[in-house]
Design a protein around this ligand. Structure first.
Ligand code: BT5
Length: 267
């Protein structure tokens, strides 16, 4: 269900036991004239997707949720909402994972973070214990009147994570936290309200990006970013004001990247 803060902020919820993809449902809704401000949440997806047509496994008991909103902004500005979602997800985890006993770190580095926060991996992953526990997918749409709409899809491994991926994945249950997807959703929808109100403030996006940066996995470390078959390597320096990844290569050149898949380590 939606908590009091989300309801007071005017959000609606369409809940499903099973659905193809909550992102597809949200895109269909905006094309059909929905004004936005609605979450589509499901306990199971049969056709969940990630970026670039990749599949997202969303078995029963995990959380799949997509928020449809129609903010008055250009696509390049809307793209920064992925960072708002990451920060909201992180704050939601801090609520549902009490005691701050979440280990963060990359590639198994065993760091205890007393804040109960998890790490964020550019551009859109949430890591716990160095493994992917949630992913975010942004898709743009249009209202029938031609306004820009954005769908922010979030998948959370509440009770199960796939194995056999090229990188480690985990679930809240694997981490030792037993939760219902509904409760994780409610925490997320509440945390979204605060993070989004900062974003809407204009200057608040700086604060959102600052939290994101402070929790970013791999800053200061070697990173490889692959995009369309091209791999660029360097030391991961920071995320700039537009949310782009900034790295420094061996020759000291500054490289700024808008999209790609990140791998940590020197390989
Ligand atoms: C993402 O893509 O991480 C974005 C995932 C977004 C899923 C949500 S669920 C609600 C909404 N509705 C949708 O249909 N989608 C959104 P990407 O960075 O491209 O990562 C995809 C890759 O992650 C796959 O190619 C797999 O290697 C891996 N993967 C698949 N399922 C996973 C899972 N449950 N946990 C961790 N990794 C997974």
């Amino acid at each position: 269900s939606l908590g009091p803060k989300a309801r007071a902020a005017g959000y609606r919820l369409a809940g499903f036991d099973e659905i193809g993809s909550t992102n597809s449902e949200a895109l269909a809704a905006v094309a059909a004239g929905d004004p936005g401000g609605i979450w589509f949440a499901a306990l199971k997806q049969t056709a969940g997707r990630g970026r670039r047509g990749r599949a997202w496994e969303s078995p029963s008991g995990n959380l799949a949720a997509s928020l449809l909103i129609v903010p008055d902004a250009e696509p390049s500005i809307l793209a920064t909402l992925g960072f708002v979602a990451g920060v909201a997800m992180q704050n939601a985890f801090a609520r549902v994972l009490p005691n701050g006993a979440v280990r963060i770190g990359i590639d198994g580095a065993d760091t205890l973070d007393g804040s109960g926060r998890v790490a964020l991996k550019w551009p859109n992953d949430v890591l716990a214990d160095g493994a992917k526990v949630a992913g975010i997918l942004l898709e743009m749409g249009k209202t029938p009147q031609g306004r820009n709409a954005i769908v922010i899809g979030i998948g959370v491994n509440v009770i199960a994570a796939p194995s056999g991926l090229p990188y480690p994945a985990t679930s809240l249950l694997d981490l030792g936290y037993e939760h219902k997807a509904e409760d994780v959703f409610e925490a997320l929808a509440e945390a979204w309200v605060d993070a989004f109100s900062l974003w809407s403030d204009g200057s608040g996006i700086k604060q959102v990006l600052a939290q994101w940066r402070a929790s970013a996995a791999g800053i200061g470390s070697p990173v490889a970013v692959a995009q369309d078959g091209v791999v660029r390597r360097g030391i991961f320096e920071t995320i700039d004001a537009s949310g782009r990844l900034v790295m420094r290569d061996d020759d000291g050149a500054r490289i700024v990247i808008t999209a790609g898949d990140v791998h940590f380590g020197a390989t």
